[in-house]
Design a protein. Structure first.
Length: 455
């Protein structure tokens, strides 16, 4: 099970810590909203975004709101049993967790929408989403071969991303017709399927019970529950989790050449869905350098070489140049942000870095952040290469010119990094697990009732 302490250090997170974390995040949110006023995010139907979150104050309560707390209460009750290897087999855990995630995420969706509206958010605006690109594809091979040339003509999101999202939705449309509901269900299924991969990744840095808890913490994060039904960032979470698992395995004590080769392949596949694979690669590189030091060159060299070879094979067989796509995506993104920010006040790298950080922390959830603070207070950085790598990678991501807010959604793939940093030294006690689960689900429900997000 990898790089974990010989004796577990059980973590306790009291209600006071969770409350203090919630108060802190609300304060940081209000600071940006009323003082810093980072004026980047666009309005929705005349209403300004509640920066740094891309959400809007549109309270909604439907009768179906009752479904979520009933399911949530059940999960909170069974959580300690679910993560206990002596009471729940690994296979049963790997089946129950994604099923619970599907039920909770869909129940949260029903707080605002009817069941038939799954996927309908993609049509709030025309030519904004990957779905619109997918509907225009007539020949997938031609789309891949000419993707770089087509990028300036694609949807708002398609111009900045590689072809994987549109290609996946094209496959869904071929199988089920131009059915938004089927596409939304596919997104939800892949989001849920990412959780067993997260669990496998955590088994490389933590004990069995702690790894289960970490996967559960990801499933309970408000950003996961809010975006698992409609955002393609939830699809990327699946491929990022696969890359995380294989990358941690390759750099772990049992790492083999085959593991490094598979990690390189997985990271290349992930890159076809989002260039955010590069920050994931940064986190894995930092972990390898911190943990293996002088011995890190071998797995990193094999992963990197495999990645390059796979990219060259893709270019040779599908005529898709990843390098050209990266450059075109960067060019389109810079041009788009220049247009969006033109004439808007209070936009600079410091404000954006602050907003990136705060939005991500709120999306991850006050209980998860409270647990992270508690773990850091108890164990610091000692014996924890992954915790150090997580802090360094997130710091770079926040202030580098890569992201421009919306990180409560875009950085969904990084929520497992925080959860892993919490459980890598040992599990939470049963009371703390229940407290964190209950508080996270309450936050998710409150935000869904009060705030509207475009995804």
């Amino acid at each position: 099970m990898g790089d974990h302490p010989p004796s577990e250090r059980v973590l306790r997170v009291p209600w006071t810590w969770i409350g203090a974390s919630a108060a802190l995040l609300v304060g940081l949110w209000l600071l940006d909203l009323f003082v810093l006023r980072t004026g980047l995010l666009t309005r929705f139907r005349g209403q300004p975004a509640l920066t740094p979150l891309y959400t809007f104050w549109i309270p909604v309560v439907r009768p179906t709101v009752l479904i979520f707390p009933i399911l949530a209460a059940g999960l909170v009750w069974i959580a300690p049993r679910l993560v206990d290897p002596d009471r729940t087999s690994r296979t049963r855990f790997a089946l129950i967790l994604p099923l619970a995630a599907v039920l909770l995420a869909f129940a949260l969706f029903l707080v605002r929408e009817s069941p038939t509206q799954l996927g309908a958010h993609w049509n709030l605006y025309r030519n904004e989403e990957f779905w619109h690109d997918a509907l225009r594809i007539t020949d997938l091979r031609a789309f891949l071969a000419h993707h770089v040339e087509l990028m300036p003509q694609l949807s708002t999101h398609g111009r900045h991303y590689p072809p994987g999202n549109a290609a996946l939705l094209y496959g869904v449309s071929r199988a089920f017709g131009p059915n938004e509901w089927a596409a939304g269900a596919t997104v939800l299924a892949l989001a849920a399927a990412s959780l067993p991969l997260v669990f496998l990744a955590f088994r490389e840095i933590a004990t069995e019970s702690a790894a289960r808890q970490g996967a559960l913490l990801v499933a309970l994060a408000p950003t996961f529950l809010d975006h698992a039904c409609t955002a393609m960032d939830a699809v990327f979470l699946f491929f990022a989790a696969l890359g995380l698992w294989l990358g941690l395995r390759a750099c772990g004590p049992r790492g083999r050449v085959l593991d490094a080769v598979l990690a390189g392949c997985a990271l290349l596949v992930a890159t076809l869905f989002s260039f955010s694979t590069f920050p994931l690669g940064l986190a894995l590189t930092l972990y390898a350098l911190i943990r293996l030091r002088a011995r890190a060159w071998k797995p990193l060299l094999i992963i990197g070489a495999t990645y390059v070879v796979c990219a060259l094979l893709l270019q040779g067989f599908a005529h898709f140049s990843l390098w050209d796509a990266v450059q075109m995506g960067q060019k389109n993104a810079h041009e788009f942000m220049a247009r969006v920010s033109a004439g808007k006040p209070n936009i600079d790298r410091v404000r954006l870095g602050y907003g990136n950080s705060v939005a991500f922390l709120i999306g991850a959830g006050a209980p998860l952040i409270a647990a992270a603070f508690a773990r850091f207070r108890q164990d610091g950085f000692r014996r924890s290469p992954w915790r150090i790598a997580t802090v360094l990678a997130l710091s770079v991501m926040a202030f580098a010119p890569l992201h421009y807010l919306e990180t409560e959604r875009i950085w969904l793939y990084a929520v497992p990094w925080v959860a892993g940093a919490i459980v890598c030294d040992g599990p939470l006690d049963s009371g703390s697990l229940r407290r964190i689960a209950a508080a996270a689900l309450v936050q998710a429900l409150a935000m869904e009732c009060l705030l509207f997000t475009l995804w």
